[in-house]
Design a protein around this ligand. Structure first.
Ligand code: HEC
Length: 105
C-alpha cells in the first residue's frame, strides 16, 4: 500500500479491494460485533449482501450520525475500507425463499 494519499483518494471508487484482508479487518476492527460476521446486521444495520460503495462506507464510518463509534482514517484507511467493502461484496445472496421447502410460498 505504498500509495500516496492523493492516489488513494482518486482510486477510491474504481480499485478493487482484497476480500480476505477485508475479512480480517472487519473482525479486527470490531465491525462484526455490531454488524455480524457476514454483515447480516445486529445492533447495527445489515451491510451485506449488496454493500454500499467503498467511498460511502468510508464517509460514514469517519462521521457516523448516531450510536456507531467513529473510525478515523488512521484506524481504518481508504485501502482498509476498500478491502472491507470487497469482503462484504463477496458475501453471497441468501437462497430465495422458493428454494427452501419449509418457507416456500
Ligand atoms: C458499537 C457498534 C458498531 C460498531 C463496532 C460498528 N458499527 Fe457500523 N453502525 C452501527 C450502528 C448502530 C449503525 C446505524 C447508524 C448509527 O447509529 O450510527 C451503523 C451504521 C453503519 C453504516 C451505515 C449503514 C447504512 O446503511 O447507512 C456503515 C457503512 C457501517 N456502520 C460500517 C461499519 C464498519 C465498516 C465498521 C468497522 C470498521 C463498523 N460499522 C463498526 C454500529 C456499529
Amino acid at each position: 500500500m505504498a500509495q500516496s494519499g492523493m492516489a488513494q483518494q482518486s482510486g477510491m471508487a474504481q480499485q478493487a479491494g482484497d476480500a480476505s484482508r477485508g475479512l480480517h479487518l472487519f473482525m479486527a476492527d470490531g465491525c462484526y460485533e455490531c454488524h455480524g460476521t457476514v454483515g447480516q446486521g445486529g445492533v447495527g444495520p445489515r451491510l451485506a449482501p449488496d454493500p454500499l460503495p467503498a467511498g460511502a462506507i468510508a464517509a460514514y464510518i469517519r462521521k457516523p450520525t448516531n450510536v456507531m463509534p467513529p473510525y478515523v482514517e488512521s484506524v481504518a484507511g481508504d485501502q482498509d475500507v476498500r478491502d472491507m467493502q470487497a469482503y462484504l461484496a463477496s458475501i453471497p445472496q441468501p437462497r430465495p425463499l422458493k428454494d427452501i421447502p419449509l418457507l416456500a410460498p
